[in-house]
Design a protein around this ligand. Sequence first.
Ligand code: CO
Length: 132
Amino acid sequence: MKIEKIEHIGIAVRSIEEATKFYRDLLGLKISEKIEVPKRKIRIAFVQLSGTKLELLESMEQGSGIDKFIQNKGEGLHHICFETDDFDKTVNELKDKKAEFVDEPRMGAEGKRIVFLHPKNAFGVLIELKEM
Ligand code: CO
């Protein structure tokens, strides 16, 4: 298991359009097209930076995970994603070490497998692990 970099930082926003005014128009950063993730009832867009990116997460409908998150905590930092070299090995190693996952590994929006570690054992931060 080798974790070496922050692949992206997830930020929950009410509106990607509104957030674009800040990240693109004010800060001059590049923002990707929106990607719909119907299974999760969210839309995402990536803010490009050197070596990493921000993942803006917007709810498509009431009751989605992002909707609930914003209702409870407001907009802001949602998760940090670490890239891992050998995904299966990492997940198995973490399972052996009794790490607590939010759910089972699945295919993420970018065609790489991802899994989330529970924030209660990660000092309040939701950690995403992503296949390199
Ligand atoms: Co993410």
